[in-house]
Design a protein around this ligand. Sequence first.
Ligand SMILES: [Ca+2]
Ligand SMILES: [Ca+2]
Ligand SMILES: [Ca+2]
Ligand SMILES: [Ca+2]
Length: 228
Amino acid sequence: MPNYESSNKFQITWTLSDVSGTFPFEDIKVYLNDLNDNYPVFEELVYTFNLFENSTNGHVVDVVHATDFDSGDNGDITYSLTQDSQVFEMQSNGTLIVKDSDMLDYENEVIYTLMANATDFGTPRNSAKDLATIRILIQDFNDVPPEFKNLPYSTKLDENKPKGTEVFVIDAVDGDKGVEIKNNIVYTLVNEISGHFTVNETSGQIFIENPIDKENMTENGFTIQVQV
Ligand SMILES: [Ca+2]
Ligand SMILES: [Ca+2]
Ligand SMILES: [Ca+2]
Ligand SMILES: [Ca+2]
């Protein structure tokens, strides 16, 4: 059975004979018209893309691709999403871009699922029999500052406690939800010129560095500023 996809022409050689014993040959070339008998087929049925929440409008998320074995319009493909998305746009060439970056927020939505279709330009037009699923995994970006819990802090302290005594524990949480960023709070003392205190930058524990003698401190005690 001739098939356009394997070759668009084939050759028939007619062999005639007559009583004179001559054998003329006649080549007849038969050209086949391509029928739109193939459907676009996605290379992958599930695409998984990573995307940072701080990506800007027009940022290319990634590309989907389908193949269609027909030729010309019958094999040319345009891509679309089965449902309009507020956040993403599928370009006709299969490139997925960010449409509204303001909507991207890891703290609010960590995964998007879209369905993509591929359609050829034949007559009649054929669409992929199996749609492609696109999963977009949003990646955390450090866009939310940490906050102290249970403010304000104050504590009483006996004088002459030795170096290394724990005075207090500062507790802050980071508003980012990704584990890596959330657990990466660093505590530092700001303008701690008295030299009496030190902070563990990861645990938030404040320790005595130099013992405090009540005679050389003010009535209001010490004020320590901690930054995260
Ligand atoms: Ca086709
Ligand atoms: Ca965010
Ligand atoms: Ca943060
Ligand atoms: Ca974030």
